[in-house]
Design a binder for this molecule. Structure first.
Ligand SMILES: [Zn+2]
Length: 413
């Protein structure tokens, strides 16, 4: 192990990584004694003992059960992640609603909240409000925040703080990150992330992507967006804009897109394309109601073969585009989220067939296409996982100096 300049790792870096190794083992393989942890992780027993002792002191681990260990049958204690103490906070801001989810180190959801946004102009203040409620609730429950990530429907700069562009929300700049930092009494600690990136992480850890290491998540709304997970980690690209697939020329060439060009993928598979094909009137035309519209369409498809045919055509454009994107990324698993979820097999089957046709050679495996399992909560849940992931991969200190993360400092009136 070494630091980024190539020198030997500092003792605290080694300790942080070893602590992360122990935490991951407990999360992925369940409760263990110190001896079992040493065997699982390859760390020395003394090292494991020191780490477990320190984690017990901070309330991160709790006693699980007594077990016999060794030939003499001396009792040993199995420990498990406490399910209280530190949590990662995920926040989602959208045109219609804001949401908050807190996830503990074991991946359990400890808290969820949603609130309707009265108007687009009040979206940020509603988010701050819900963040304050979360801070208070964590205090009352004896939990404390490791960090927070805000999922935003837009482009995020590589600094993971600055919103570069949001088509439907006035969020440009680092204002959102600063405002949430202020709620928790932090400086520069809150991260902002693209909502499709967060959805990809949520499906990886909690939904249809569980068990995979490589995953492409495609979320459908008025626009479409993708999140890419490579070897268990988000792939963001050189400038943070990886996964911006909506305006790639993968759609029907004659279809005009909202961006003014023709042939964009989202002009053929976005919500408006669905509505044009199946002639769904009324409230579904509004932004943010994609899920509800899709539920209505799926219901209608049960008795109307023209609606089914319209969805199938959309599915074929979806599969064709996915074939191209998969040829570049080799994702193994593709999860369809957003408004594709309620359409289920109606869109999945034709997409699957078209995807298989595009894949070039018999040697190239066709990625497995699945429908997402998390619904509208996906973005907030994945955002919470981002905050936890920093500790589980050893890049962030579990308890970096008390005043930052202790409950007493986590609420600011
Ligand atoms: Zn376009």
């Amino acid at each position: 192990m070494s630091d980024p300049l190539g020198g030997p790792a500092l003792p605290e870096q080694v300790r942080r990584r070893n602590t992360a190794t122990v935490l991951r083992s407990l999360r992925e393989d369940g409760p263990a004694s110190r001896v079992e942890l040493a065997a699982r992780t390859g760390l020395a027993r003394a090292t494991v003992g020191t780490i477990v002792g320190a984690l017990e002191e901070t309330g991160v681990l709790r006693h699980h059960e007594q077990v016999r260990s060794g030939e003499r049958g001396r009792p040993a204690s199995r420990v498990t992640l406490a399910g209280s103490g530190p949590v990662g906070i995920g926040l989602e801001i959208n045109v219609e609603h804001v949401a908050a989810v807190a996830v503990d180190l074991g991946g359990e959801v400890r808290l969820r909240r949603t609130r309707v946004v009265p108007s687009v102009a009040e979206a940020s203040s509603t988010l701050v409000q819900i963040a304050r409620e979360v801070a208070t609730s964590l205090d009352e429950a004896g939990m404390w925040a490791l960090g927070a990530t805000v999922a935003v429907p837009g482009l995020i700069e590589a600094d993971e703080r600055t919103v570069a562009w949001t088509p439907n929300l006035p969020l440009a700049g680092a204002g959102v990150a600063d405002a949430i930092d202020a709620v928790f009494g932090w400086q520069g600690r809150v991260r902002v992330s693209n909502d499709a990136d967060c959805g990809a992480l949520a499906e990886l850890h909690h939904g249809a992507g569980r068990g995979s290491r490589h995953l492409l998540y495609l979320t459908g709304d008025v626009g479409i967006g993708a999140g890419v997970v490579a070897d268990g980690r988000l792939m963001r690209g050189a400038t943070g804009f990886a996964g911006e697939v909506g305006h790639l020329p993968l759609g029907a060439p004659e279809r005009r897109c909202g961006c003014g060009r023709h042939g964009c993928w989202e002009a053929s598979v976005g919500l408006h394309a669905l509505m044009a094909r199946v002639d769904v009137p009324g409230p579904g035309a509004d932004l943010g109601t994609a899920m509800r519209t899709a539920v209505v369409v799926a219901e209608r498809a049960r008795s109307d073969h023209e609606v089914r045919a319209g969805i199938a055509e959309l599915g074929r454009w979806l599969g064709r585009g996915l074939g191209v994107v998969s040829g570049v990324l080799d994702p193994g698993v593709v999860v369809l989220g957003g408004y594709f979820e309620p359409l289920g097999p109606l869109v999945l089957e034709p997409a699957r067939a078209a995807l298989a046709e595009v894949v070039a050679s018999p040697a190239q495996p066709v990625p497995e296409l699945r429908v997402g399992a998390l619904g509208p909560e996906a973005a907030a849940l994945g955002a919470a996982e981002r905050a936890v992931a920093d500790v589980l991969d050893g890049t962030t200190e579990l308890d970096p100096g008390g005043e930052i993360s202790r409950p007493s400092a986590s609420v600011r009136p």
